[in-house]
Write a protein of this length. Sequence first.
Length: 367
Amino acid sequence: MKRIRKIALWTIVGLLFIGSFVYLYINSRPKEERYNLVNASTRTIERSTVLTGKIEPRDEIDIKPQISGIITDIAVKPGDRVATGDIIAKIKVIPEASSLSSAQNRINVAEINLEDARVKHERDKALYERKIISREEYENSLKTFEQAKQELDAAADAFDIVRNGVSRYNATESNTLVRATITGLVLDVPVKVGSSVIQANTFNDGTTIATIADMNNLIFKGKVDETEVGQLAVGMPMEIVVGAAPDMHPTAEIEYIAPKGTDNAGANTFEIKAALHLPDSIDTQLRAGYSANATVILSRNTGLLTVPESVVEFRGDSCYVYVLTDSLPKQIFERRAIDTGVSDGINIEVRSGVDSTACLRGERITE
């Protein structure tokens, strides 16, 4: 009985050993590698570049006062639409002492000249009536008297403008009323009631009361690297993608390429401007300063025999693909050199080496 048990035990051990050996042998054999097959196909290859920039109004106007003073009223706020001539703000004039003094001195001089002209005119009138002087002398005297009266009126009006900012003859065109010079959207009002403002002069640009822009006439302003600027030209179309409005894809046309580059963090870039073509239905959705990307097609080649770049093996200046020569009992591929052309980063042109009937090795099939 013990002998039988021993034989059975050794039999089981032997079977386990043989089974383990067979299992290890089978699993140690290399598995057959299989690949997806790819064919060359005819397609269009486009080379494009993407420019980053912003949406800006073509006409953005800073409204500045014609006189210095203090803001007493602001009639608009950012986001309001205004028309040419609409009142933006009102200013209380704070005249400069020197300007006021000069205006007053002009009045004094004009009064003196008027009195002299009046006396001379009355004297010449009496002499003319007594036929002592000619009519021509009398008319000259009258002309001088009238001119002196006009000069006094002008001096008094200039004094009112300096002191009050309002002409006595044209109050509707008062310098104290700041008006819109274009029709558009108010982008910014950087002043408040009570703010001091100054008019533009030789030494100062003047205080900006408001910034107005025509939002129906927008442009894309961006930068292009020096390596690609030579491939762009005025009139080339582009497609705009606005980050804040991803559903909008307005088109644009390049209208300006800067002739001089600027250094931007070590890279030489050139400014690009393109006119946006907007349907009437979406013009109000865009805001000045929106970030945007512009895609420009640099070249388009049609009817090219292409393969995916992923199936091409690049070795130095040479390119290779693996062409299927047999599929049974396993796949066998032949390494073959090809001549390549243009690429869009996904597909590449094949000029020679394979045709559309060749089956090329693609991605490995994983089990």
